[in-house]
Ligand binder design. Structure first.
Ligand SMILES: C[S@@+](CC[C@H](N)C(=O)[O-])C[C@H]1O[C@@H](n2cnc3c(N)ncnc32)[C@H](O)[C@@H]1O
Length: 214
């Protein structure tokens, strides 16, 4: 399997930390207060997985899925020797072939959907919704849609494209504008049940959006 995150993967969390002064990490766990012990929680494209570990620490039954062997190796190191109420299940697979439908109380896509072209992102978002139980939630943590006046939007777009271009070169991510995840979630029939913004350099740069499946 072609591992696009072999080179950038080990650096990913460090780059995210300096690029956002830690706000990306905070964004990834912004909805964790909704997790209850015993909840079945899925992390799609888990990467290094600080969010998945934090969910397991809350007593959730965590499953992580990632296509990259090197990312899962890093994740494995992170949890080595750790004890959780429920051992974390790791799945090395394309998320689109992971078909445990209607099983999860929460399905997370943290900084995952921005990897894809719009067409693919919509297909994956629909798939993640199918994996979620009725009454469960899909959580998307990512770059916030640029807002404010023309200058503010311009800075937010430049900031996004710096990240996008680095990952386009290093991991062949798609080049695209920031997606309007909230609108797409609503189009899929999800009801926005919580929304948190994280500020960076004068404006709301990241958001965590929770959508309930009816
Ligand atoms: C931008 S990183 C984000 C990682 C992590 N969620 C975070 O916030 O740090 C995207 C992750 O998605 C994984 N990935 C990409 N395409 C995938 C797919 N089709 N199925 C599962 N994982 C995938 C990559 O290997 C990588 O670990």
């Amino acid at each position: 399997m072609n591992d696009r995150y072999r080179i950038i993967g080990p650096l990913y969390d460090f780059l995210a930390m300096i690029f956002s002064f830690g706000q990306i990490d905070r964004c990834k766990t912004a909805m964790h207060d909704h997790i209850k012990p015993g909840d079945k929680v899925l992390f799609a494209g888990v990467g290094q997985g600080i969010d998945a570990v934090a969910a397991a620490e809350r007593g959730a039954e965590v499953t992580v899925v990632d296509l990259s062997e090197s990312m899962l190796r890093i994740f494995n190191k992170r949890i080595q020797g750790r004890y959780f109420t429920h051992q974390i299940r790791q799945v090395h697979q394309d998320i689109l072939t992971f078909d445990e439908y209607d099983q999860f109380d929460m399905v997370y896509a943290n900084f995952f959907l921005n990897v894809f072209s719009k067409e693919m992102m919509l297909e994956i978002m629909e798939h993640l919704t199918k994996l979620t139980k009725k009454g469960g939630n899909v959580v998307i943590g990512d770059f916030a849609l640029p807002s404010g006046n023309v200058v503010a939007k311009m800075f937010q777009n430049i900031y996004w494209y710096i990240a996008d271009i680095i990952f386009f070169v290093m991991a062949r991510n798609a080049l695209h504008p920031v997606y309007d995840y909230q609108a797409h979630m609503q189009q899929l029939g999800l009801t926005i049940s919580d929304l948190k913004y994280l500020r960076f350099l004068f404006d709301e740069r990241y958001c965590s959006i929770m959508g309930k499946k009816g």
